[in-house]
Design a protein around this ligand. Structure first.
Ligand code: MV4
Length: 448
């Protein structure tokens, strides 16, 4: 097992990784940017190294700085958390070249899944259902016309280097096609440094359902059930739950088995998430794979009893799945609210000093947060201040717990999304499990 791990992240996920290390008896090194000097991940790590100024590109994304910090402190491994360097194949490669274990999938897997058209092709070949679409990037107007005719309208153009909703363009008719293609390419070039795009049939009211997986370094993969993530706004998830209210045991078994088989074929290692869209008719389609621990991992932990971050570390150290994850014990229902520092009406980020931070607690309530009273939320990073997670014997009990926990969560000094979350949990459609990716638009009115 590792002696010492560097945590290449900040905020709640850095703290979450430190918790896992402490439980495994592994020493920790925090890295931090100048405005993060007083953060809890710095306080609770055994050592801490300042790696640069506020700007992410000069600190948390600065590979030479992170590697230098790892070498100075003589760590065996780096946990990248989510975001920042977590899916960066080059970073994983540099870690390997420096004889530091990257806690995540192999560099070639990060590369594969980072090219969304290639991931789609390979997962289709490995037996997963995909949305009807182009099997490669679209090179030129002739190919564009041919693919569009085959796929039909509406279709969606997606940047190969995009993902998570970035670099997408819906096309509703042939008249819009050429301009949309040219715009999508130049936007992709701007945002990702490559113009490549591919096309898929556009599903109008899909549900977003994703499978959590773990793969060990001995060729075995397991799935840990699914999460429903349909409650989102501008591609930011607001509420996630496990299990999905729409999936029955048979569906889970069948789809889960296909996911496991596909990932064993490519030799997937460590934690990952396979994203599907579910169409109105109940069909499932693979859209992309995330090769990291995700923000919403706690709901899976609550219903399986597996500590996913500890499992990541143990897998990276070479342990077999049965030791790293132990037996799965699916039980009950879990829901997470992402509490953001933002204006609940305009959704503009709300940085500043937290004056009151009164946490809910009690049976079945978990809060993952690096915030505290008197902490300053800097404007430079993402606006997540806390994840409020509940567990109940069933969905109804979990919703009741979430309602009372939201009532008893008091954050003052900054604006937060707590009022929006209270509205979601008061909504009859939410209670009935009638979810799709347009839920929030309907709740708050269009255009927001
Ligand atoms: C789609 C889609 C409909 N059809 N692909 C968004 C996140 C990224 N992982 C993939 N996303 C989508 N892909 C096809 N073929 C709908 C979404 C989508 C979405 C699209 C536009 C506006 C809001 C959305 C919310 C969730 C998902």
């Amino acid at each position: 097992m590792f002696r010492k791990i560097l945590v290449a992240n900040r905020g709640e996920i850095a703290l979450r990784v430190i918790c896992a290390c402490k439980e495994l008896g592994i020493a920790t090194v925090a890295v931090y940017s100048e405005p993060d000097r007083n953060s809890l991940h710095v306080r609770f790590a055994d050592e801490a190294v300042c790696i640069g100024p506020a700007r992410s590109s000069e600190s948390y994304l600065n590979i030479p700085q992170v590697i230098s910090a790892a070498e100075i402190t003589n760590v065996d491994a780096i946990h990248p958390g989510y975001g920042f360097l977590s899916e960066n194949a080059n970073f994983a490669q540099v870690c390997e070249a420096s004889e530091i274990t990257f806690i995540g999938p192999r560099p070639d897997t990060l590369e594969l899944m980072g090219e969304k058209d290639r991931a789609r092709r390979e997962m289709k070949a490995a037996g997963l259902p995909t949305v009807p679409g182009s099997d490669a990037t679209i090179e030129g107007e002739e190919q564009l016309a041919k693919e569009a005719a085959r796929i039909g309208y509406p279709l969606i153009l997606k940047a190969s280097a995009g993902g998570g909703g970035r670099g997408m363009r819906v096309v509703r008719s042939q008249e819009e096609l050429l301009v949309a293609y040219q715009t999508a390419r130049s936007e992709a070039q701007q945002a990702f440094g490559t113009p490549d795009v591919y096309a898929e049939r556009f599903l109008e009211h899909p549900r977003h359902i994703e499978f959590q997986v773990l793969g060990d370094r001995h060729g075995r993969v397991i799935h840990l059930g699914e999460r429903e993530c349909s409650i989102q706004r501008r591609h930011q998830k607001l509420v996630e739950e496990s299990p999905s209210p729409i999936i029955d045991a048979r569906r889970r078994r069948e789809l889960g088995a296909r996911v496991v088989r596909a990932l064993e074929k490519i030799g997937y290692t460590n934690a990952g998430t396979v994203e599907f869209l579910m169409d109105a008719d109940g069909s499932f389609y693979f859209i992309e794979m995330n090769t990291r621990i995700q923000v919403e991992h706690p709901v899976t932990e609550m219903v399986t009893g597996v500590d996913l971050v500890k499992a990541q570390i143990r897998i990276a150290a070479g342990e077999k799945l049965e030791d790293a994850a132990g037996p799965l014990d699916f039980s009950g229902h879990s829901i997470e609210c992402r509490i953001n520092a933002e204006d609940p009406d305009t959704f503009a980020p709300s940085a500043g000093r937290i004056t009151t931070f009164q946490l809910p607690g009690g049976t079945g309530v978990r809060v993952d947060s690096a915030a505290y009273a008197d902490a300053v939320i800097p404007p430079y990073y993402d606006s997540l201040v806390a994840k409020l997670i509940v567990h109940g014997r069933d969905r109804h009990e979990a919703i009741g717990r979430m309602r009372r926990a939201l009532e008893m969560f008091v954050i003052e000094g900054i604006k937060t999304s707590i009022p929006l979350h209270r509205r979601i949990f008061a909504d009859p459609d939410f209670a009935a499990g009638h979810l799709d990716t347009h839920f929030i638009e309907r709740l708050v009115g269009n255009g927001k």
